[in-house]
Design a protein around this ligand. Structure first.
Ligand SMILES: [Zn+2]
Length: 196
């Protein structure tokens, strides 16, 4: 935006400089016509007129230099505007791409969440009410994880390895007994990989 503002400022500057040149040129043309018409006869007036024409020519040259200088500046600003416009377009296309990928990921996650929620409902219906109550309470207390797998003697909830005595207790517990981690109090889920 700054570059575009600079470009329009420079365009205005160029118009103004060109108008200045035009004004001087027109005046010189008028003077020349008067000189050529032969209407001016006094040697002093003729001399003044010729001097003015010469000074106007010099002034026109100076003003034309200014026009050229402004045009050069404007050209470089235009190049900068074009370059920045291209960069904006490239960044915008990256944003569009990232937005599309994010939206697709959201859709996928929504679908996954719906499927998991349904699955959970089915499983929860089969769990005894008091166990479900305990699980929900622990889940609330333990950052969303109420039960953890016991994997190679380690509680996957708190990542602590079970002590020997604790392991012995878990080993001795009946398969339908609810065992819990001594460290984090989560329900421990025993599997063939529990290392018991
Ligand atoms: Zn634990």
């Amino acid at each position: 935006m700054a570059a575009q503002t600079e470009e329009s400022d420079t365009a205005r500057e160029q118009t103004k400089a060109e108008q200045d040149v035009d004004q001087v040129r027109q005046r010189a043309v008028r003077d020349q016509q008067r000189l050529d018409s032969g209407a001016v006869t006094s040697p002093k007036d003729l001399e003044n007129l010729q001097r003015e024409i010469a000074s106007l020519a010099k002034r026109q040259g100076d003003l034309e230099d200014i026009v050229l200088e402004v045009m050069e500046r404007r050209e470089s600003v235009q190049e900068r505007v074009a370059e920045l416009t291209e960069r904006v377009a490239s960044v915008q296309s990256k944003i569009d791409d990232a937005t599309a990928r994010r939206d697709a990921a959201f859709d996928e996650l929504d679908g996954e969440a719906a499927a998991v929620t349904k699955e959970r409902e089915v499983i929860a219906a089969a769990v005894p009410a008091d166990l479900l109550k305990l699980y929900d309470k622990l889940r609330e207390q333990q950052g969303g994880i109420g039960a953890a797998k016991l994997y190679q003697r380690t509680c996957q909830g708190c990542r602590q390895e079970l002590a020997i005595t604790e392991l012995a207790e878990v080993r001795a517990a009946a398969p339908d007994t609810v065992v819990r981690c001594e460290n984090c109090r989560r329900i421990l889920v025993r599997t063939s990989e529990s290392g018991l």
